[in-house]
Design a protein. Structure first.
Length: 262
């Protein structure tokens, strides 16, 4: 059971007890009679659960980064906030969009439900929007025939692997973000799966090229050679989108990372 569904059930149960007490139980026991413990607890928790449910469903939701696929932008152990309304208002639990606002843009860091297992939340960077022709050949990204600018900076030292990697600033839509590349990692995509719209992609020894179908997005990790992403398991449907990541609010191993996400 997902946490969103669990929270909704708690909200419905405590809300029902609150309404039942206000409409009937209170009159039956009299003004001076003590509330049963289960009524007292339900009434006490109902407003708290309601506020948490509304905030988490429509405004912001916290996530913890479990893997290194977004290094160096996001590190393992980062606690981040995700804006739930940037890409439109969606009904909780079923994730159905009821109000169209903005669409994901190239360069956004997006949280979404993993297409192969929607019970899992993934986070990657959007590099292709519907209709784009994305090529990742010999570790160079091209969008609609235009090479994405790269500027090499000082090598990046990975704390997890204790090794240096080539470190770049990549410019998507006029916004720079960091990526890392491994010298000894192959350019080709190993173990690509058969996924919906697989026919839109072409693989060879130098990498992959894909045309993003309508209503889908092509995403990649900033840790390019250590990320399972659209190159491997395909496109992200619009219906799987959770929101846009925008803020680091805690990392217990590195307190100075507060607010460092851009």
């Amino acid at each position: 059971m997902s946490f969103a569904l669990f929270l909704l059930i708690l909200l419905l149960v405590t809300g029902a007890v609150w309404a039942l007490d206000a409409a009937w139980l209170r009159r039956q026991r009299g003004a001076r009679a003590k509330q049963p413990w289960w009524v007292e607890y339900a009434i006490s928790f109902f407003p708290v659960i309601l506020i948490v449910f509304l905030l988490r469903s429509f405004l912001v939701e916290p996530f913890k980064i479990p893997s290194g696929s977004m290094i160096p932008t996001l590190l393992v152990g980062d606690f981040i906030l995700v804006n739930k309304f940037t890409y439109g208002i969606r009904l909780p639990v079923i994730n159905s969009k009821v109000l169209e606002l903005n669409s994901p843009q190239r360069g956004d860091v997006m949280v979404f439900r993993y297409p192969d297992d929607p019970s899992l939340d993934y986070i990657k960077r959007v590099v292709g929007v519907p209709g784009d022709r994305i090529e990742y050949r010999n570790k160079h990204l091209t969008v609609n025939g235009q090479p994405v600018p790269l500027r090499q900076i000082e090598d990046y030292l990975s704390r997890e692997r204790m090794q240096y990697s080539r470190h770049y600033l990549e410019n998507l839509n006029g916004r720079e973000h960091e990526i890392v590349l491994e010298d000894d990692a192959p350019a080709f995509v190993p173990q690509a799966r058969a996924f919906p719209h697989f026919e839109n992609c072409n693989y060879n020894t130098s990498g992959v090229a894909c045309t993003v179908p309508p209503g889908h997005y092509f995403v990649m990790g900033d840790n390019r050679d250590n990320s399972s992403d659209s190159r491997v398991w395909g496109f992200v449907p619009d219906g799987n989108i959770v929101g846009k990541a925008f803020f680091i609010w805690l990392n217990l191993g590195e307190l100075g990372r507060f607010g460092s996400f851009r």
